[in-house]
Design a protein around this ligand. Sequence first.
Ligand code: HSE
Length: 431
Amino acid sequence: MAIGIGLLGLGTVGTGTAEILLSPQGRHPLLGEVVLKRAGVRSLDKPRNIDLPAGCLTTDLEAIVKDPEIQVVVELLGGLEPARTLILAAIANGKHVVTANKAVIAKYGEEIYTAANKAGVYVLLEAAVGGGIPIIKPLKQSLGVNRITRVIGIINGTTNYILTQMAQHGADFGEVLAEAQKLGYAEADPSADVDGGDAADKIAILASLAFGGRIRREDVYCEGIRSISAADISFAKKLGFVIKLLAIAERPDLEEDALQLRVHPTLVPKDHPIASVNGVFNAILVEGEPLGQVMFYGPGAGAGATASAVVSDIVHVVGLLHSDQVIQKLNPLLGCTHEHYSKILPIDTLKTRFYARFLSRDLPGVIGDLGTCFGQHQVSLESVVQIGLQDDCAEIVVVTHDVHEANFREAMREIEGLEAIKEVPSILRVL
Ligand code: HSE
């Protein structure tokens, strides 16, 4: 039985996917049943370093999603449109969909999965988070019987590369970003990566799977890494931390269906398992009861790695069609069964440790004043260090105990008004 595949997009991941589909030897035997029928591209003239079957390339993407010889549409265009419209058209035409597009799922997941459930087709997205790391199926299937308490991810390779380079070479953000763009690790417009949006899309998807409710993408609190300086990385190191852009989803109270969802640069203790995830690598740490902790680590992007995840979804659909030509009822271990939106707690309610760096006039009593302001707002301090002098200003670094974000912010407003405090160059959360 041959299953026809239509690819939408033949960029890096599309080409990697086609390469696996066209060389099934030594891989899963079900790949022998897959036929790459069409690959939809913007331009037929662009040089491509892959030999596709004759007549495979087309610029007519709408024809792919209607083609009766295609059972699985693989959307690798990225971005919101025309991806959303083509996915919905494929579903309406009874095609199963495999996608690597986290942005379209994070924003339009409800619309897409409602349509898919109605049409009785699957929309699989293993490649959307963590590139080649298997995390979607593990969360839905292997870990699904646990009460998940927390998911912590380094799920953006570009920012992890930049922060790793900054830490290793003592360089500033702008310098490393420019170098990363030259090497092709960062996009010409790096905002989706460096401002945290890509990680926010991904943690919205992971949270939905881990905690079993729909997530509104705009509910994910998000800070990027543009303001991280070489000075903070160096102070963090002296205090025993590394700085990572973490995406965190947690259920602070197991009795309540309320989640905290956030993406922000974070000081991670250097002996924490996620602290040694460097360069473009990704990792996702899942905590659940009774399992405890399990960490997934690997290449979070790249042609081969992401194509591995895409083709694993294709093979999954082929396996289902193999045993049951007409899918009567969607398997809840693969389909989307969420019907409600999870309640998301505002960032003010977060309880966490903070790191803050102050530039202050070197006057008697400044550290005492800081301590008093924090104390008046129930912010208990773990350490206060005066690191040195910069431009005649004392540089003071404070790490708090676990405190309510709202209390910390109130204390900071008061501190910023103190005469001796010239500047607060950075405030970061601590894991
Ligand atoms: N831009 C993403 C990253 C890769 O830097 O991790 C694709 O998800």
